[in-house]
Design a binder for this molecule. Sequence first.
Ligand code: AKG
Length: 250
Amino acid sequence: PYHRRNVDKSYVVKKISASISQSTIFSAEQCSVIENKIDEVATRADEGAYKPCSVDRARLRTKYFFGEGYTYGSQLTKRGPGMERLYPYGEVDSIPFWIYSLVIQPIVDAKLIPQGFINSAVINVYQPGGCIVSHIDPVHIFDRPIISVSFMSDSILSFGCKFTFRPIRVSKPVYRLPLTRGSVTLLSGFAANEITHCIRPQDTVAKRAVILLRRVFPDAPRLSRAEMLLPACGVFPQYPNVDSFKYDSK
Ligand code: AKG
């Protein structure tokens, strides 16, 4: 991975921008319909309609996992990048039909991804000030490209930031990618694999949602049911940095 001190910044910026593609394929009307569906998911989750591993609540940010979900290894074993594991089959709710028809199909029709590529859909809902700490989507779990569709409000995807905590501070990004409502972003190559990305708290100015569409590799490592019985699935951190977990989960 890229280390800020060793490499010329303009080279890195070129590498990042060359491995991102963005398009706006969802109209304001389509966004409104999808946003209502996202609100319905949040309501259903509050009512306890989903499996425990489908819902991950952190301060100012909730994730809803469909199709597949993942976590770090057991608390009794090593944790961190490379140690992420899928939940056992059946522990996560399947992808709702509306995500296929309203979100995935238009992206397939726009020829951005092949039919049948996506087997994992995650909805993140952020309250104002909500964030996602710097990370690389696990390379042993997710194929590239990584597709995201932004809803409800605009934000910025920042690359190459360092987070420090208590109080939370985020260093200046190496690269900032505007995420407008209805925009579809595809990350591959350098942008997906060689540099971290994050959402800074100051860039979530209003309630926002994103739908992450990814392909989980068929041979990606999976927790066994026995390992699941150790601590409850909800207590695992989403990201490897222990300090970020403390901040993120309060
Ligand atoms: C993640 O959840 O892994 C993200 O990178 C989210 C990015 C976004 O909110 O657009």
